[in-house]
Design a protein around this ligand. Structure first.
Ligand code: 5GP
Length: 174
């Protein structure tokens, strides 16, 4: 069932890059506690691996689930909160963890929501960045891989809720 998937980023490349990102983040948050906020469901795989690699700084975690109205593979720009955070983030150093930033509309909505809750700092970390499709400018602090304009699956990313559990990033052939 996975024969029609072209590998874009291997499991080894992802693991190596996550360790590099964790080193950078540990350095930047030296002497601080960071709260990772994962955007469900896609960011879960990346967030778990990133959290395990952040072994030099204290880490807490929370999750948020949002949904865009409209077609499944195209973000319409209208976003609603399906699950909010469990805890307040006031005075916390928050790092938003995303699987992919495409048009930027989802993360911009979340950023606006959370900025109003007075965190000590608020940064963005994404495993994948697809800048060719950006519609709104978003300040991304940590990027795993910049990818071309292709619909990718695996490592948390789905097509119709499938393929999230692939340990690599791939592209479905036609
Ligand atoms: P944005 O609001 O930046 O356009 O979209 C962000 C969300 O769209 C991601 O969290 C993801 O759920 C979905 N998305 C965007 N590009 C892709 C892609 O190439 N593959 C998959 N599976 N989802 C994508």
């Amino acid at each position: 069932m996975t024969g029609d998937i072209k590998t874009l980023i291997t499991e080894h490349e992802i693991n190596k890059r996550i360790r590099e990102m964790a080193q950078l983040i540990s350095h930047d948050y030296h002497n601080k506690q960071v709260k990772l906020i994962g955007i469900l469901k896609g960011a879960v795989f990346f967030m778990v691996d990133l959290a395990k690699a952040l072994n030099e700084i204290p880490v807490t975690m929370d999750f948020m689930d949002v949904s865009s109205y409209g077609a499944s593979t195209c973000t319409s720009g209208e976003v609603r909160v399906l699950k909010d955070l469990d805890e307040p983030i006031e005075n916390e150093h928050v790092l938003l963890v995303e699987d992919i930033i495409d048009t930027g509309l989802t993360i911009r909505f979340i950023l606006k929501q959370l900025a109003g809750r007075n965190p000590a700092s608020l940064k963005i970390c994404t495993l994948l960045d697809k800048p060719s499709r950006r519609e709104v400018e978003v300040p991304i602090d940590y990027i795993g891989f910049t990818i071309p304009n292709e619909f990718v699956i695996g490592f948390g990313l789905d097509y119709d809720q499938r393929y999230r559990n692939l340990p690599y990033i791939g592209v479905l052939s036609e």
